[in-house]
Design a binder for this molecule. Sequence first.
Ligand code: PEP
Ligand code: MN
Length: 343
Amino acid sequence: MLIVMKSDATESDIEKVIRVIETLGFRGHAMPGETRTAIGVTGNKGAIDPAHFENLPGVADAIRVTQPYKLISRDLRPEKSVIKVGSSSIGGGELAMIAGPCALESREQVFEVAKVVAESGARFFRGGAFKPRTSPYAFQGLGVDGLKILAEVRDEFDLNIVTEAMDEAGVDAVEKYGDCIQIGARNMQNFSLLKYVGQADKPVLLKRGMSATLDEFLLAAEYIMAEGNYNVVLCERGIRTFATNARNTLDLSIVPAVRRLSHLPVIIDPSHASGHNYMVGPLARAGVAVGADGLIVEVHPRPEEALCDGAQALTTEQYFELFNQALAIHALAAEVPSLAIAS
Ligand code: PEP
Ligand code: MN
């Protein structure tokens, strides 16, 4: 159920509706919008009688929701959400660039990349301290020591830190040292982890599982939001197909598909989508052209020495060039009305 409040509904009208929802044994999620607040109801198994709400002060309408998702939906919030991440945000007018190495390898390596990312004007730094590796013998990341380096990077360069957590202890650690908790493709349907980050105070970057449909992706975001964490950014990072020309197949069509249904921002990861250095630029540019709110890209000062994903890492020079191109495409789309990217 979705309860749409009148534009002149007061805070106490909203609180009253939420109290009624709670009395019925459910949870109310108030989503303020530009013109009105809507309140999503979760926790109910069957349909709720709209009569409970129709006559409450400030209520414009009580609507049954037939889709499987409620909180990610544009029905609840018609305007795009702008998600605050540290001192910046994702989903507003600016193109969000999240750049950094695949894995944090050493303090020197991290600082070398962070300096370049800060100089480029990007506001977000990525780097994995906990790495989900296919082989148990591959480099697993620096763990909490890596997070401490990231915290230093934030202080030194004023960059907002996006880093992956693979389990509950990792979420606690990332909450302590980082600004945004990344949930990787392999964990997109780790429902207990999704519920756990749903209770975290930091925003979540949710990557699409490599075989996830649009509905599965959106329902994973719904898991997080149903726990009360509404600060979710979606990330398309390529899916498994029969194609062998790239590590994964970048599904650009997910961007307009998400836009149509959801108010959440969506960004593109051309690095994991392609697996090849030479493809990262073209795919990133395409991602911006199709209307993504941002990019997350892997950068290494010496890709040939990288402990993880060196083949897809951009050199620092390539990264600068790409960021400038991405900004130019984004600006063009904003300036030329006929190119306006649907919002
Ligand atoms: C990553 O961003 O470091 C990563 C492991 O990505 P994914 O979960 O998309 O494979
Ligand atoms: Mn990687």
